[in-house]
Design a binder for this molecule. Structure first.
Ligand code: F3S
Length: 67
């Protein structure tokens, strides 16, 4: 089967640019201060994998890790 893919945000790097939750709202949300946070446990379904990679590629701080 498919190896599960997970996303995480390195909170040390995140500066709140918001690309992640704009591009992949099923995977990322905005916290009270506009910083990105992972929705749920961060597990990425096959359908969302493209969006996860797009978000990671568009984070100016390279704060999104795909595991
Ligand atoms: Fe933060 Fe990057 Fe998203 S800076 S809010 S993880 S686009």
């Amino acid at each position: 089967g498919r190896t599960p893919v997970k996303v995480r945000i390195d909170s040390e790097r995140c500066q709140g640019h918001g690309r992640c939750y704009d591009l992949a709202p099923a995977l990322f949300a905005e916290d009270d201060e506009g910083y990105g946070q992972v929705v749920g446990d961060g597990e990425v379904s096959q359908d969302e994998e493209r969006a996860a990679r797009l978000a990671a590629a568009n984070c100016p701080e390279r704060a999104i890790e795909i595991l």
